[in-house]
Design a protein. Structure first.
Length: 121
């Protein structure tokens, strides 16, 4: 008799949450009806769960100057300019189409570093 293996049912949001909360001094807070992640109270990641009817599940992250445009140009199916914060260089990263979680984790850590380095004030 063969045993059936039960696959772990980790959702994309669970995986994103684990990546964010593994970073030092990170907290999760619901804002605008979505989970957000903050370092010492400063926002570095925001879930976009079909925000205002969008077709995607994504995370919005601040990116270094010029990176947003490069990512969108290189892979517009995976990256986009999010509303409200896109004009400040934030990038939307889709997590609903078999994302490369290594890349997502790298971008989250980069966003965290950008925000954590800013002086509080």
């Amino acid at each position: 008799m063969r045993r059936r293996r039960r696959a772990a049912t980790t959702t994309a949001v669970d995986r994103l949450r684990a990546i964010c909360l593994a970073l030092p001094d990170t907290t999760e807070k619901i804002a605008w009806g979505e989970p957000t992640w903050r370092v010492r109270g400063k926002l570095f990641a925001q879930l976009d769960d079909h925000h205002h009817g969008a077709e995607h599940l994504a995370v919005w992250l601040p990116a270094p100057l010029g990176d947003q445009e490069a990512m969108i140009f290189t892979d517009p199916a995976r990256f986009f300019r999010p509303p409200y914060v896109g004009h400040r260089g934030w990038v939307g990263v889709r997590i609903d189409r078999r994302p490369n979680w290594t890349v997502v984790a790298k971008l989250v850590k980069q966003a965290y570093g950008l925000v954590a380095a800013r002086p509080t004030g």
